[in-house]
Design a protein around this ligand. Structure first.
Ligand code: BV8
Ligand code: ZN
Length: 250
């Protein structure tokens, strides 16, 4: 039996035996749905930008229509994308023993579309917008107002007229406190954490695997490349999520 087969066999046993399983995902789990990973997201028109500069409130306030168009382009690509075999394998885990929490850094909503029920979106969701000045989501303020059909880039908040912005966490912004504390609790209580498709460079999300490890969880990484999490993983499965996860979670 090859090392990889031995790893898979042991990991399958750990998945079966887990009472609480956390699947911690990044952009790599959506790569095979055709959505460029965050580091690759700046292709074409945006290639000259650095995501850490563009995904900020300052960049949006400086040029709302440019940043709005970047998100609108990504939103259109995501709406046209489908969950892939990795998302589906994760969703199929539910109801088969372990209690599964998906803790994702992704803003594409594909885990929920694949059928996962407990999804903690640490960095928000690109399909939602909110008022730049804090009035909240337009659907709650004025249900009849259809911001998606509004040609203005960005449309104005129906209550205060300030620009609407993507309901995502920008660099330098706090993660939604309730979501992050639920993610920390899930990391502290899980028996096993699968770390799938993340470069583990963005904090505080990237600290969750270490938290789980320190609380006694086993850690497995699924990624075609090295990541800083490999050092604290019990197993590292080198490969793509849509290939490895169906194999592992069969
Ligand atoms: C905060 C939404 C503070 C927006 C995102 C220095 C040290 C430590 C921290 C910092 C620092 N300087 C600045 C910071 C803070 C900063 C940070 O961590 N910066 C990093 C870059 C150093 N963090 C923040 O600003 C956070 N907020 O700290 O607030 C604060 C404190 C007090 C008071 C107020 C504020 C907020 C961070 C959230 C930013 N928003 N997204 C948008 O998307 O437009 S993050 C964004 O990047 C993504 O959401 C994602 O989370 C992240 C990218 O990470 P990945 O998902 O891992 O994607 P990536 O492309 O990097 O990697 C893809 C991986 O997949 C690779 O490993 C690849 O090998 C693999 N892969 C590829 N194909 C496949 C695959 N895997 C499997 N299968 C495949 N087929
Ligand atoms: Zn407003």
């Amino acid at each position: 039996m090859s090392d990889r087969d031995a790893d898979l066999t042991q990991l399958r046993a750990w998945v079966q035996a887990a009472r609480r399983l956390v699947v911690f995902t990044g952009a790599g789990v959506s790569a095979e749905s055709g959505i460029p990973t965050f580091r690759d997201a700046l292709t074409g028109l945006w290639a000259r930008f650095d995501p850490e500069q563009l995904a900020t409130e300052a960049a949006f306030r400086a040029d709302p229509s440019m940043v709005w168009r970047w998100y609108a382009e990504r939103r259109a690509a995501i709406a046209a994308a489908q969950p892939n075999a990795a998302h589906r394998a994760i969703a199929a885990l539910e109801g088969r023993g372990p209690r599964v929490s998906v803790v994702t850094q992704n803003i594409d909503g594909l885990h929920a579309r694949a059928g996962s029920h407990e999804v903690l979106e640490l960095h928000g969701n690109i399909l939602r917008v909110k008022c730049l000045e804090g009035c909240g989501n337009p659907e709650r303020i004025e249900p009849a107002f259809d911001w998606r059909a509004d040609p203005r880039e960005p449309p104005p908040c129906p209550r205060c007229g300030a620009p609407l912005r993507p309901d995502v966490v920008w660099f330098g912004e706090l993660l939604p406190p309730d979501v992050f504390s639920r993610a920390e609790r899930a990391a502290l209580r899980c028996d096993l954490m699968l770390v799938v498709g993340t470069s583990a460079l963005v904090h505080p999300a990237a600290g969750l695997p270490l938290l789980a490890r320190q609380a006694g969880a086993r850690i497995a990484v699924v990624n075609p490349q090295d990541t800083p999490i490999d050092a604290l993983a019990d197993h590292v499965l080198r490969g793509s999520a849509a290939t490895v996860l169906p194999e592992l979670l069969r």
